[in-house]
Ligand binder design. Structure first.
Ligand code: SF4
Length: 394
């Protein structure tokens, strides 16, 4: 079978570890209707004891998050796993790039498992390494590559993090994007010398940070479309730009719209609008508070009883916050249901299957980053850890 740089296999049977991630699980998956799933998950976890450490991303379903030893955002979870070297198995209830980051940051003897290999991330998949290498080459052709510092959001594949590592760039989270951009613009002679940033893969986080935190103009930003020759940009546009934003977005946060904010404000008095910086620029402009998932959680925890909040982030998290804070009026900032469909692939049947396989001594769905990629990705992650100030949460 030829390897194509496609994020998804056409639906069907079979797996292709070099492309995505498979559409079926080897062995028998318990039926979703199995009434014993909770008991089976509990028994498997008990049997594995300290050998297993279960990580649960904030956007996971309740049915799975109840088994997490720790919850958090992707970078915190990867670091938590690294701090538990006794745990031989790290079961990551999250998506593929997160499991890769955990593999990069944990010791070689720790095996990272993603219960469903089809749990990818549409945003991470919007920047494939072959596309990024091609763009890098085009920047050289346009005579600007020497001035460009690549910065990638944590929500990217290990290959993209490695690309940043070997090309003088850095990884950032949604909490430290401002500091990371400040650092990047100070490289290669600084802004006066024409330093530019290639920001991957989320154009919205890049634009919101550059314009609202660094004070750049919207016209300092151009969007690189990997599906167009030369990104759809002229050499002159590239020369004039300060931020080259990769045309990627989160399919969950990209859905929130400014008109829903207007509607809700007309209906709910004293409404506070709280969104994630992966939202579109016009949504962020109309919001009262903007920040990472950790920021969103802390803001709601600190909010006074009786206050009203419309939250623009993944629905599982919003629902959990609403349940945990019945004294606050918490609503979802969309008219439609908007779960992260790939996060939701990690359901109880897949979790039970992965855990019971481990009990039997069989490691399924191991996520392993090759040593060269790991080493280069670590360079970019290390640069992030050395950034001044801010926490490194996303
Ligand atoms: S919420 Fe968005 S960024 Fe996060 S995993 Fe889902 S698609 Fe990717």
């Amino acid at each position: 079978m030829t390897t194509v740089d496609l994020p998804l296999l056409p639906l069907g049977r079979g797996t292709d570890p070099l492309s995505e991630r498979g559409v079926e699980c080897p062995g028998d998956l318990p039926a979703a209707s199995d009434p014993d799933l909770v008991a089976r998950a509990r028994a498997a976890k008990e049997a594995l004891g300290d050998k297993v450490f279960v990580l649960g991303h904030h956007y996971q379903r309740d049915e799975v998050i109840q088994f997490a030893d720790v919850t958090g955002d992707s970078f915190k979870l990867a670091r938590d796993a690294a701090a538990r070297p006794d745990a031989e198995y790290i079961v990551f209830c999250g998506v593929h790039f997160m499991a890769e980051s955990a593999d990069i940051l944990t010791s070689p003897h720790q095996q990272v498992i993603l219960p469903d290999l089809a749990a990818g991330c549409s945003m991470a998949d919007m920047a494939r390494i072959a596309q990024v290498e091609k763009a890098w080459e085009a920047l050289a052709q346009a005579g600007v590559q020497d001035q460009v510092v690549p910065v990638t959001y944590m929500n990217s594949t290990a290959a993209i993090k490695a690309f940043c590592g070997r090309n003088g760039g850095v990884v950032c989270t949604s909490s430290n994007a401002e500091v990371a951009l400040d650092w990047a613009f100070a490289q290669k002679g600084g802004v006066e010398a024409g330093t530019k940033v290639l920001f991957l893969p989320d154009q919205h986080l890049g634009r919101n940070t550059a314009v609202l935190k660094l004070g750049l103009g919207l016209d300092d930003c151009v969007v690189w479309n990997p599906h167009k020759p030369n990104g759809g940009l002229t050499a002159e546009e590239l020369r004039d730009a300060k931020m080259i934003l990769w045309k990627g977005h989160c399919s969950v946060h990209g859905r929130f719209s400014a008109d829903v904010i207007d509607d809700l404000r007309a209906k709910v008095p004293d409404l506070n609008v709280l969104v994630h910086p992966e939202c579109q620029h016009e949504v962020v402009l109309k919001s009262d508070f903007v920040g990472s998932t950790e920021y969103i959680i802390k803001t709601i925890e600190a909010a006074p009883a009786g206050s009203s909040w419309a939250i623009g982030t993944e629905l599982n998290l919003v629902q959990r916050l609403a349940k945990a804070h019945p004294d606050k009026n918490i609503m979802f900032l969309d008219r439609n249901v908007c779960y992260c469909s790939t996060m939701n692939r990690i359901d109880l049947p897949h979790f039970v299957w992965a855990m019971e396989s481990l009990v039997e001594g069989v490691v399924v769905n191991r996520i392993e980053v090759d040593p060269q990629t790991e080493q280069e990705a670590l360079v970019a992650l290390q640069r992030m850890l050395e950034l001044p100030g801010k926490s490194h949460r996303d």
